[in-house]
Design a protein around this ligand. Structure first.
Ligand SMILES: NC(=O)c1ccc[n+]([C@@H]2O[C@H](COP(=O)([O-])OP(=O)(O)OC[C@H]3O[C@@H](n4cnc5c(N)ncnc54)[C@H](O)[C@@H]3O)[C@@H](O)[C@H]2O)c1
Ligand SMILES: [Zn+2]
Ligand SMILES: [Zn+2]
Length: 370
């Protein structure tokens, strides 16, 4: 990754109380912790004081300039916080309530939302591809002291008193996404499921497959720490793609092919291996973000006649999704706290980015405290 610099706070030109510190994308390779105007709530908005957040692989792509966002944008999309201000028309919440907000913030009112495609929300109109992803993409994000939550009524999920911030912060994105990989694959009790890649997303897909009742979960990666974590989170068998012919081994272990294959990396190789690992009529549930072209070799899906299904899912968001994920934690079904391997204050977030992007020191996810 290119060098990352932390800038000194710019001189204060407005009253200090109306400023906040935030991680700002300046240019590819350059992230600055700056003083920026603190957001105010418009109608339907809420302002939350962020108490915990984290860094996503997507943020690294943004920082490296691979996913373009406008310079000056506050990045990050995984917020836990306390309501500091409520805009006109937001009811049922009070200043001081602890809330989790999903990475995806649907409006809850448009055709996409009301048809169940909240992540493709058109903000009051029809569908917009990826439209539900706004934080740190099209509007200021969560790596800041304060965050404006649009469509607050649809997006603020109150955190049960007994849950700590650390227990819920990973639900906003990686758990919602990873578990949706198992849901998209329609995993049934007794199924065999293979998950290609055990990064944060794949690990949550592994946990999701187990939650949905898979009898056999096979996790694939090439990193010892991640393979060990996969076992801890629900994989029965782990395979190292560097030393094993993983497709043959999956076919052998499953007696002819897995019922569901989850792609959690976003490469031609893993996509193809997913197809080749499936039984006829199986489901390929794809979570990875691909670049360039993705090819479908005819033999890998029976020349189009193998009844294979390919399903893609963008991280589900909205308050009901967050409530359900928190219920899993509250009742002891899901514990992702082992993935929070490191902690940094917001002022040192550039160091956290560097560590996270390098995957040194067994890092999985980094807790950031504003
Ligand atoms: N669908 C969504 O809503 C959504 C949300 C967030 C992220 N993503 C995407 O999910 C993917 C995974 O994200 P992440 O943060 O977990 O990634 P990551 O980069 O942290 O982890 C990737 C893992 O893949 C492993 N790997 C590399 N080559 C492999 C191979 N050939 N076979 C098996 N494993 C291999 C690496 O060792 C690593 O552990 C990315 O494409 C990301 O952009 C999708
Ligand atoms: Zn993300
Ligand atoms: Zn909508």
């Amino acid at each position: 990754m290119s060098t990352i610099a932390i800038a000194r706070p710019e001189s204060l030109t407005v009253a200090p109380s109306s400023l906040m510190r935030a991680a700002v994308f300046v240019a590819p390779g350059l992230l600055e912790v700056r003083e920026v105007p603190r957001p105010v709530a418009g109608p339907g908005d809420a302002i939350i004081r962020v108490t915990l957040t984290t860094i996503c692989g997507t943020d690294v792509h943004i920082l490296e300039g691979e996913y373009p966002v406008r310079p000056g944008l506050v990045i990050g999309h995984e917020p836990v916080g306390v309501i500091a201000e409520l805009g006109e028309g937001v009811t049922g919440y009070a200043v001081g309530d602890r809330v989790l907000v999903g990475a995806i913030t649907p409006c809850g009112q448009c055709a996409a939302c009301l048809s169940g495609h909240l992540s493709q929300c058109g903000h009051g109109k029809g569908y917009e591809a990826l439209g539900g992803w706004r934080f740190g993409n099209t509007i200021d994000g969560a790596q800041a002291e304060y965050l404006r939550v649009p469509n607050a009524q649809a997006n603020l999920a109150k955190i049960p008193d007994e849950l700590r911030d650390e227990q819920v912060v990973l639900l906003a994105d990686i758990a919602s996404t990873g578990i949706s990989g198992a849901e998209g694959g329609r995993v049934r009790p007794g199924d065999s499921v293979v998950v290609f890649a055990q990064g944060p997303i794949g690990l949550c897909a592994t946990a999701g497959a187990r939650l949905m009742g898979a009898a056999l979960v096979i996790g694939i990666d090439g990193d010892e720490t991640r393979l060990a974590m996969a076992k801890r989170l629900g994989a029965d068998v782990v395979l190292d793609y560097r030393t094993t012919d993983v497709v043959s081994e999956v076919r052998r272990l499953t007696g002819g092919g897995a019922d569901v294959a989850i792609e959690a990396l976003g490469t031609q190789e893993t996509f193809e291996s997913c197809l080749r690992s499936l039984r006829p009529g199986g489901v390929l549930s794809s979570l990875g973000v691909y670049s360039g072209k993705l090819a479908l070799p005819y033999d890998a899906f029976g020349a189009g006649l193998a009844d294979v299904e390919i399903v893609t899912t963008l991280c589900p968001g909205g308050k009901e999704r967050m409530r359900r994920l928190m219920a899993l934690v509250q009742h002891g079904r899901l514990d992702l706290t082992p993935l929070l391997t490191h902690r940094y204050p917001l002022d040192r977030i550039a160091e956290a980015y560097e560590l996270f992007a390098s995957r040194r020191d067994g890092v999985m996810k980094v807790a950031i405290t504003p």
